[in-house]
Design a protein around this ligand. Structure first.
Ligand code: HEC
Length: 193
């Protein structure tokens, strides 16, 4: 009962509640739905990336990421029926900048990583436009394929193209295995029984 009161009061005063207050049985369901949908988005984006790289190299892939990342996200949202976003402190597209709850999740991962842990997810309860919503966050790691466009050394021509599309780009300087950000999956609370 205490747990539900904590949830309810957080909702009323409009701040987020963290995963420690969510009942275990709900947490399992949130994890299942969150993980499944985050994977659909990641596989879709990575599939397009690999296809574009093999068809026309990194510059072609950059154009595809620039023109299609948002569009593909919206398409996957329609297919899965849940809202999703990729966010990070070091964003390339300012439209992906974190809101205050996302900042809290990013800080949780950064702090855990500093302590030598790599949590597999983070869950919050927030009021999203008046709807009580569970937010599932899946952390993203940098892989070798990402370094072409997010690494420490970027091809000069490609770097110039990135700069022209994203004048205030923050998403470079990464190494293989670095924490890159999160996929956020928003699940309306009424979908979790
Ligand atoms: C061909 C270049 C390219 C490669 C390779 C690439 N990205 Fe990106 N990435 C981009 C571009 C361009 C954007 C901005 C997309 C937009 O405008 O919505 C972006 C955006 C992102 C974002 C959203 C947050 C932000 O910074 O705006 C994440 C997260 C991300 N990339 C992770 C990755 C990961 C992880 C990999 C490797 C699996 C990867 N990227 C590989 C070009 C690339």
């Amino acid at each position: 009962m205490k747990k539900y009161i904590a949830l309810l009061s957080a909702f009323v005063i409009g701040c987020s509640t963290t995963q420690t207050q969510i009942p275990e049985e709900k947490k399992a369901k949130i994890e299942e739905i969150g993980e499944k949908n985050a994977m659909v988005l990641l596989k879709t984006l990575k599939g397009e990336l690999i296809k574009a790289m093999s068809e026309g190299g990194a510059e072609n892939a950059l154009t595809v990421c620039n023109k299609k990342a948002m569009e593909l996200t919206q398409q996957v949202e329609k297919e899965t029926g849940v809202q999703m976003k990729r966010t990070t402190f070091k964003y390339r597209n300012p439209a992906n900048a974190p809101d205050k709850y996302e900042k809290e999740a990013l800080e949780y991962f950064e702090k855990s990583i500093k302590e030598g842990k790599f949590p597999k997810n983070y869950i919050q309860v927030v009021n999203e436009n008046g709807v009580l919503t569970y937010r599932y966050y899946k952390p993203l790691k940098v892989e070798p394929i990402c370094l072409t466009c997010h690494g420490e050394v970027i091809d000069e021509k490609l770097a110039a193209k990135i700069k022209s599309l994203y004048p205030s780009d923050k998403a470079t300087g990464y190494k293989d295995g670095d924490f890159r950000g999160v996929v956020r999956v928003s699940i309306p609370a009424d979908k979790i029984q």
